[in-house]
Design a protein around this ligand. Sequence first.
Ligand code: ZN
Length: 422
Amino acid sequence: MIRAYKYKMKPTSNQEAYFAKCFGCTRFVYNYALSEKIKAYTNEKKTLSFFDLCALVRASRKDNEHKWLNEVPALSLNYSLLNLNNAYNHFFRTKSGYPKYKSKKDRHDSVKFEPNSTRYDFKNYKVRIPKLGWVRLCMGRTFDVSAVKINSTTVSRDACGTYWCTVTIDDGNTVPPKVKVERGASIGIDVGISDFAVLSDGTRLPNMQFSERSQKQFARAQRCMARKQRDAKGTPASRRYERYRIKLARLHRAVENRRTDYLQKTSTMLVRQYDTICIEDLNVKGMMHNHNLAGSIASVSWSSFVRILEYKSEWYGVNLLKAGRFDPTSQTCSVCGYRNNGTKDLSVREWTCPECGTRHDRDINAAINIVNTAIERHFNKQSPAVTGITDADGADSESKTGTSSRICDYASDETSMQNVLK
Ligand SMILES: [Zn+2]
């Protein structure tokens, strides 16, 4: 199984300078390759492949003007080209999000290092970075270095100026087989805004409103920052501006950490407790078009929750089933199947079925319907109409154009990158 570990780093100022160089070079290579690709296409209607771009960068490393590119590992530059390649593939696949130039002002930088040139020493909590040497790490959960295969190491710097080392490993374990789907050990989850999730057994998981609870602090920090001298053309930002910028970034990070913690703990609780988890196939991007709800929807982060559930259910051998996007789960009576159109109105929290007379709580009824529909679909071997959390347009265009491999004739994975380096 592929797993990722993330450590906070403690680089010295010299080491920070080296990483700054790496970030700068990978950003330069990315932007240079993007502009060359655009130029080649507009002038000659020619598509530069990943291999063409690697050759271009290799050539520019040799000329005098770009000598400084040699100060960082060649493979890290190729990883940057691979990122561009992936960005193009994503664009062709979803027909949205044309690759953009990377800006120095983005405040999030990263550089990837080749696995064979990095080494980990967890006795002393150190990582060896190519062309630099050993860098100290903060303590964290470790893995057995001798037993696993390291896939990659990425060093990143966030908006607060903290350095992180992310390592992905293959621990050699195989994914556990999925248990048989049974109604008894299944749970349905109806996500919402007033409650983060309502389970079909009646449990309510509260919406913790992490962003909303910090609104005042955000506003104060932003107000302070707005009064300081920010960077204009030629003049750098004042030191006070920087101080408040970091303060605000830390606030955002703290909220993010709280939210991630909650999502991780909730999802672990669910995959440990149940054999089959049924969720709704949500169109989150579509819902975000509603400006009144967009903030609250972003704050509860359903997409992240589903993404976490997807990989965790693989780890634990749990079935994750989806009810269709257009299944009327909140309108149907879970007892007799009567369809009540009156519950389309979101303010109706409780209703009584005119057919069988059952009193329903809107969310619990929906959660029960989600289990029923998802399991029924599973046994009929019907996957939901649209799978995954994508916006409807993107998913449609993918199915219409058919294959992504037809459009993208160039490398899309890391093995092809290994080939080009040989
Ligand atoms: Zn009924």
